[in-house]
Structure formats: structure tokens, C-alpha cells
Design a protein around this ligand. Structure first.
Ligand code: HEM
Length: 186
């Protein structure tokens, strides 16, 4: 996995938990004590996913709650560091339609097999009031997708209603519909 995700998770941990808890999370996830992450490096998928499970154990909460918090932290971080993408699509639907292309462009520096892996993860089609996403990844991170979509919508004064048309949070492959409404209409 591209370093942006583990690096952001680690930034979140630095902000949210004490140093010894952060170290315990890294070690529980299989990283050496004192490990740091580079944005421009590639990391093992399983170890990156284990970070969230380890954070939930050490923080005494659920993985869903950790994903929700990381999603909020990530969107705020991405708005500052990738502002061009957000300016290009000021509403949530527009951003979600661009999201696979954003991931593909970030994967350009990877080996071709790793690039293909990123490209295969997301396929999106437009719905009149949202998007339908086909997600396929052995990382089973569809919950993270939903958390990011909800967080993006909240920051734009919208509400994202999410339905799994196929699969669920634990599936390798799923079809997810995100329908958007202005927050005041709900
Ligand atoms: C400018 C904003 C964003 C940036 C820079 C970004 C960047 C990335 C990067 C670098 C990865 C790792 C890709 C890999 O190595 O496989 C990733 C993974 C992911 N992103 Fe984003 N992302 C952004 C917005 C979003 C949004 C808005 C969503 C969902 C609504 C999203 C959903 C995901 C998911 C679900 C994964 C994990 C995929 C998997 O491994 O199965 N991202 N993102």
C-alpha cells in the first residue's frame, strides 16, 4: 500500500494517543519499535490494515470507530495537501466520481503490477443523486470507503446515505451505493 495511508494513520496516532500507546500499536501491528512511515514508500498491505486493529485494541474501542476517526483526520489532511483535487470537485458526488482517477494517478510511480492492483480496486458510475461503487480488494476496506464518503459529505454540508447492494463491510468484493442529500433536507 502507498505510504500516504499508513503515514496518515501514524500522524493521527501522534495527535490522539500517548507516545507509549502509539509504540504499542506499532509493535502490535508488526512494525519495529520507533518505526516511522514515508509518504513516498510502499508498505505491506496486511501490516497497514493491522494498524487499525491494533489501534482499536490499544485504545479500547472498535475498528469501526477508529476508521471513522481516521477518515475525518484523513479528509482534513488531504484537503490541505491535495487541495487541487478538492477544488476540482466541490461537491461530494463530483469528488466520489473522481476518486478512482485520483487513486490511479497517485499509483503512477508504482511498479506496473502494483499500479494495476490499485486500478482494480475501484470502479464508479454516476447515479442521479450519488454514485455506485464497485470495490474489490483483498484488504477488505469497504468500511473505510464508507467512513471517508460520510466524512467528505459532512464537510460539504451533505449527508451520505450508504447501501450495500452486494457484499458487506467484510467482503473482498462489494457494490456500494452512496446517495447524497443536503444536510438541512434530512
Ligand atoms: C485527495 C484525497 C485522497 C487521497 C490523496 C487518497 C489516497 C489514497 C492512497 C494513496 C491509498 C492507498 C492506495 C493503495 O496503495 O492501494 C488510498 C486507499 C484508499 N482510499 Fe483513498 N485517497 C483519497 C480520497 C479517498 C476517498 C474520498 C475515499 C472514499 C470515499 C477513498 C477511499 C480509499 C480506500 C477504501 C482505500 C483502501 C483501498 C484498499 O486498499 O482496498 N480515498 N487512498
Amino acid at each position: 500500500m502507498l505510504g500516504i495511508i499508513p503515514h496518515t494513520i501514524d500522524q493521527y496516532l501522534k495527535q490522539e494517543v500517548a507516545l507509549d500507546t502509539r509504540q504499542a500499536i506499532l509493535v502490535r501491528a508488526g512494525f519495529p519499535y520507533g518505526h516511522t512511515f514515508r509518504i513516498d514508500a510502499e508498505y505491506d498491505d496486511k501490516a497497514c490494515c493491522a494498524l487499525v486493529g491494533a489501534a482499536a485494541v490499544e485504545m479500547g474501542t472498535t475498528t469501526e470507530s477508529v476508521f471513522d476517526s481516521i477518515a475525518e483526520f484523513f479528509i482534513e489532511w488531504a484537503e490541505q495537501n491535495f487541495s487541487g483535487f478538492f477544488q476540482a470537485a466541490p461537491d461530494t458526488r463530483g469528488f466520489l466520481l473522481m476518486q478512482p482517477d485520483i487513486h490511479n494517478s497517485l499509483a503512477c510511480g508504482l511498479r506496473s503490477s502494483a499500479q494495476r492492483k490499485v486500478a482494480d480496486k475501484f470502479r464508479v458510475v454516476a447515479l442521479p443523486d450519488g454514485v455506485r461503487l464497485q470495490y474489490r480488494s483483498s484488504n477488505r476496506l469497504s468500511y473505510f470507503y464508507c467512513a471517508l464518503a460520510r466524512s467528505l459529505a459532512t464537510r460539504r454540508g451533505e449527508i451520505a446515505e450508504i447501501i450495500f447492494v452486494d457484499g458487506d463491510h467484510d467482503s473482498v468484493a462489494s457494490v456500494i451505493e452512496v446517495r447524497l442529500k443536503p444536510a438541512q433536507a434530512v
